[in-house]
Ligand binder design. Structure first.
Ligand code: FAD
Length: 468
């Protein structure tokens, strides 16, 4: 092997440029750390740039529960234009709608504003570990291999690659070996909202609505549909067991089973919605061959859904396919066991804690195969606190995990996996990393004073208290 090992040193290295990694890198760089963000793909932003709304940024009562980097990115999007903002789904959540194309630029602007160094097209393939401390990671790109050393590493790889290679324990799936489905998001433009919303009022039996005491549980489905009509946005959740989808499947127009056809407004100017519907369940997405094979099946589903919408749903008659996500969407792979594990019980009881470093409010949301999906709302439309120790993988000194590979049981993950809480975790990890650099034992994450970290989060417009 005729390869030389390049070398680079940073204060903080973040692996994975999805929403959690972007937040972690911004937060560390804002506090003056020389910060490197490493991303295997071609762009940063993850699911912020695929057409999804930001969930878990507000609770069901409509209170913001996440601020910090997420808010700064949303503000940058608003400054650039095309920002839609919070929408009440009259099912069980408030979500924040964004334009994925403008978001690509907004994310980059904020990351550059704070001086984060970004290596795209770069894969972190190995770690150097000395008695539980990661001293470097090996990154492969067109410059061959670089050993990147740092005081603290933040694993936002979604799959916990760094923590796992450093020896942390992983948790996968449930006892049945199930995984939440892979989904290819896509977009349709030229949608007319009025006939679509009128159709919903006329046939409310197709909608998932009124699933929370804060979202129309006391209303009839038709009354909820009328609220959606009055809101005027093409923000609709057609349920898998409703007559529209069931008849689509029976007639052969819709060539796959699904729990939902979720319409998410992404651009008023383009009359564009993003569609969350395609699915292949129970694939372990860390198996790259299976993940690659899934692409073909998923785009067949996309094409079938485009035809179905145009032929069967009012408002779509003259609409056209306008975009495909840049990657297959992965909801669930490995989770890393941290010093503390966020549980479904914490979520459902809206548990508050003195060591909370950020909040979540999304229901337990576990998609399954076919038309099945678990959706259990948080008590009283409130929020829960995520404990500091869930960021620290057991047995590892100077690595945080944040985002999809978080330390949570499957139910806790089913809630905190959405972007709001992932970004709050990223913010806390970035700031904690910088604070740990001032300790006598640099990078000792267990030595970080959690009270002072919470003060720092508040000072960066993060939210750790004051909400239901
Ligand atoms: C179909 C679908 C629908 C969803 N719906 C919603 C929704 O409506 N609202 C919501 O808020 N959330 C939703 N979620 C959940 C949410 O989007 C994700 O859980 C969240 O974005 C995860 O962010 P992350 O940064 O932890 O991980 P990711 O976005 O997966 O980012 C990880 C990044 O790390 C990179 N990477 C991985 N390994 C390496 C390595 N070794 N070296 C370098 N780079 C690496 C990857 O390329 C990737 O970009 C949905 C998810 C999916 C898939």
């Amino acid at each position: 092997m005729a390869q030389k090992l390049n070398r680079a040193h940073y204060d903080v290295v973040v692996v994975g440029g999805g929403c959690a990694g972007v937040a972690a890198a911004i937060s560390a760089a804002k506090k003056g750390a020389r910060t490197l963000l490493i991303e295997a793909g071609t762009m940063i932003g993850g699911e912020l740039i695929t057409g999804l709304p930001v969930d878990g940024a507000m609770n069901a009562r409509g209170e913001w529960i996440v601020g910090g980097s997420m808010k700064e990115i949303l503000d940058e999007h608003a400054r650039l234009g095309g920002y839609i903002g919070p929408i009440k789904d009259w099912r069980l959540i408030w979500y924040v709608c964004i334009d994925p194309e403008i978001m690509k630029i907004a994310v980059s602007n904020v990351v550059r504003r704070h001086g984060v160094h970004v290596w795209l097209y770069s894969f972190a393939e190995d770690v150097v570990v000395d008695r539980g401390e990661v001293t470097g990671i090996v990154v492969l790109n067109k410059r061959q291999r670089t050993l990147v050393t740092a005081d603290v590493f933040i694993d936002c790889s979604g799959d916990g690659d760094i923590a796992m290679m450093a020896g942390a324990e992983t948790m996968v799936s449930n006892e049945k070996g199930e995984f939440q489905p892979l989904t290819m998001l896509f977009r349709i433009s030229g949608v007319k909202s009025e006939p679509l919303l009128r159709f919903c009022v006329d046939q409310p039996e197709n909608l998932a609505v009124g699933e929370s005491e804060w979202m129309g549980a006391d209303l009839t489905p038709r009354e909820c549909a009328q609220k959606l009509y009055d809101q005027g946005q093409p923000a609709i959740f057609f349920k898998g067991n409703g007559p529209l989808i069931q008849e689509g499947i029976r007639s052969g127009k819709l060539k796959y089973e699904t729990a939902l056809i979720g319409l998410i407004p992404v651009s008023k100017e383009r009359g564009e919605v993003s569609i969350n519907t395609t699915r292949i369940a129970n694939i372990d997405a860390t198996d790259t061959v299976k993940l690659s094979d899934a692409f073909g099946t998923l785009v067949d589903q996309v094409w079938s859904c485009v035809d179905f919408m145009r032929s069967s749903v009012p408002g779509f008659e003259d609409a056209h396919f306008s975009g495909l996500s840049h990657r297959v969407g992965i909801r669930e792979t490995r989770r890393i066991r941290g010093d503390t594990v966020l549980t479904g019980d914490d979520v459902l009881n809206a548990r508050k804690r003195d060591d909370g470093i950020g909040k979540g409010a999304h229901h337990i949301d576990i998609h399954q195969d076919g038309i099945k999906q678990v959706r259990i709302p948080v008590k009283h439309g409130g929020s829960y606190d995520m404990p500091y120790d869930m960021l620290i993988p057991r047995g590892v000194k100077n690595v945080y995990v944040a985002g999809r590979c978080m330390s949570a049981d499957r139910e806790g993950h089913g809630s905190a996996r959405v972007m709001g809480p992932c970004m709050a975790q990223g913010d806390a990890a970035g700031l904690g990393a910088v604070m740990s650099m001032a300790l006598n034992d640099r990078g000792d994450l267990r030595g970080v004073h959690v009270g002072r970290l919470r003060d720092g989060i508040r000072a960066m417009s993060g939210i750790v208290d004051g909400t239901h």
